[in-house]
Design a protein around this ligand. Structure first.
Ligand SMILES: [Zn+2]
Ligand SMILES: [Zn+2]
Ligand SMILES: [Zn+2]
Length: 152
């Protein structure tokens, strides 16, 4: 029997990712779905080298780089720097749109495992700027031990 590999074969989760791509006018491709799938299964933000370890056999490095760049531009992912200054990526809230991120939350970084977590419920403080200054981005990090590292 011939197996149809069209959209009917996408499971519920994949269907949701396909919708995200569609809403952002990105073509639905397997690598893009795989990246979204991988990031969504992690509670912590994930760096490009970590993604390469997981997806390296399926997606080449240049493609992965482009996917992350386009997702960030479209407001699907936001970038957070960990304690080593390595960029990690986390899924955006649905409020984010192309070139307009609204991820105004604090990030928690574990000082032992260097994992980055979005604290969606904790907003960054309002910044009062001196006259003549303009704001481009705010990064507020709380540093401490994550639950995994506390248990050890
Ligand atoms: Zn965002
Ligand atoms: Zn930790
Ligand atoms: Zn975040």
């Amino acid at each position: 029997m011939k197996v149809d590999m069209d959209s009917e074969n996408l499971d519920h989760q994949q269907e949701e990712f396909a919708q995200i791509l569609k809403a952002n006018k990105l073509k639905i491709t397997q690598p893009r779905l795989r990246v979204l799938d991988t990031i969504s299964t992690k509670t912590a933000a994930i760096s490009q080298p970590e993604l390469e370890k997981i997806l390296g056999s399926e997606i080449d490095r240049v493609t992965l780089y482009r996917i992350l760049a386009s997702f960030e531009e479209k407001g699907i992912l936001h970038k957070v720097f960990d304690l080593n200054g390595t960029a990690t990526y986390a899924l955006c809230s649905t409020k984010c749109t192309e070139h307009h991120h609204h991820d105004q939350h604090v990030h928690f970084i574990c000082s032992v495992c260097n994992s980055v977590f979005c604290l969606d419920e904790t907003n960054v403080p309002k910044i009062n700027l001196p006259k003549g200054f303009s704001l481009q981005s705010i990064a507020v990090n709380a540093v401490g031990l994550c639950n995994q590292c506390t248990e050890k």
